[in-house]
Design a protein around this ligand. Structure first.
Ligand code: CAA
Length: 282
């Protein structure tokens, strides 16, 4: 079965990016949000990225129009019934994801593949809650999706070879560079990135240096595009805290334990760029 029509669940930061790159690659793409307001905001984000891209000379007017022409939004599940592949990018909550997949299981064709963009939940567990565990895999994109080249392709215990090959090929068809990651907390990138970010917070708590100097050190000394605190604010402190807790729960290693300051900043609502304050003010 060739993939022609792609569904995306969730039109937040990740979902809108995934829908955009899917539509840009020529797939008829239908993105679903729970409320029209969220959908409008996500579609506006895509529109802005493409318009800015044209202004920067990075996107042609024709590519912008083709992308927007391939894209449509809906607030119901019905509109996704003809999809060959569905990428879920909703809230990181097993129950919510299970509910969404259950609604789709009853609607879409038996051959359709389900993928989750989860950054921390167990693909095998999510697959086990559907009627198609063999046609279920992980496709983990990176923020900002249209700019970041990497996609992690995750095989759950029950993911079939055929599903794995199709999802890998799908990621390539989006112009991404896929890598194969195990179904273990953090996959490959977060397994290495999250302890580094947590260590930066712990080091700061222990007086290693100022936030600005630690950021400057890693940016200019190592050539990273962002220092750890800029990146924490970019990813979201709540997201980092959530992923760290899942990793710590499974591995029980101190490297994954969220430092006290991270918990307190999340409790204070200082979740980073999206809230206007994290380690920096926006
Ligand atoms: N359309 C097309 N191209 C665009 C564009 C647009 N609207 N906006 C920017 N670009 C292009 C720019 O022209 C530029 O291209 P060149 O390199 O060819 O010049 C490139 O994209 C970078 O854009 P900017 O110059 O505007 O911005 P920047 O250089 O400051 O880079 C960034 C921004 C890509 C976000 C960079 O800072 C970066 O890579 N940061 C790290 C991001 C990161 O680590 N993400 C992963 C987070 S972890 C995660 O997502 C997983 C998880 O599970 C938590």
């Amino acid at each position: 079965m060739a993939i022609k029509t792609v569904g995306v669940l969730g039109c937040g930061l990740m979902g809108s990016g995934i829908a955009q790159v899917s539509a840009a690659a020529g797939y008829k793409t239908i993105v679903r949000e729970v409320e029209q307001g969220f959908l409008d905001r996500g579609m506006g984000r895509i529109q802005k990225f493409l318009t800015d891209g044209v202004a920067k000379g990075k996107v042609t007017e024709e590519a912008k129009n083709t992308t927007l022409g391939n894209l449509s939004g809906t607030t119901g599940f019905e509109g996704l019934k003809d999809c060959d592949l569905i990428v879920e990018a909703i809230i990181e909550n097993v129950e919510e994801k299970t509910k969404a997949f259950a609604a789709l299981d009853a609607l879409v064709g038996a051959d359709a593949i389900f993928c989750s963009n989860t950054s921390s939940l167990c693909i095998t567990e999510l697959a086990s809650k559907t009627k198609r565990p063999d046609r279920f895999g992980g496709l983990h994109f990176f923020n900002p999706v249209p700019l970041m080249k990497l996609v992690e392709v995750i095989r759950g215990l029950s993911t079939s070879d055929d599903t794995y090959q199709k999802t890998f090929a799908f990621a390539q068809s989006l112009g991404k560079e896929p890598i194969t990651a195990p179904d273990k907390p953090g996959f490959i990138v977060n397994r290495l990135l999250v302890p580094y970010l947590l260590d930066a917070i712990r080091s700061y708590e222990h007086g290693l240096g100022t936030i600005e100097d630690i950021d400057k050190g890693m940016k200019l000394g190592c050539g990273y595009p962002m220092g750890p605190f800029t990146l924490l604010d970019f990813v979201g402190l709540d997201t980092t805290y959530y992923i760290a807790n899942i990793m710590f729960e499974e591995y029980r290693e101190p490297a994954y334990a969220p430092p006290p300051l991270l918990k307190r900043m999340v409790l204070a609502g200082r979740t980073g760029r999206k809230s206007g304050q994290g380690f920096y003010k926006y």
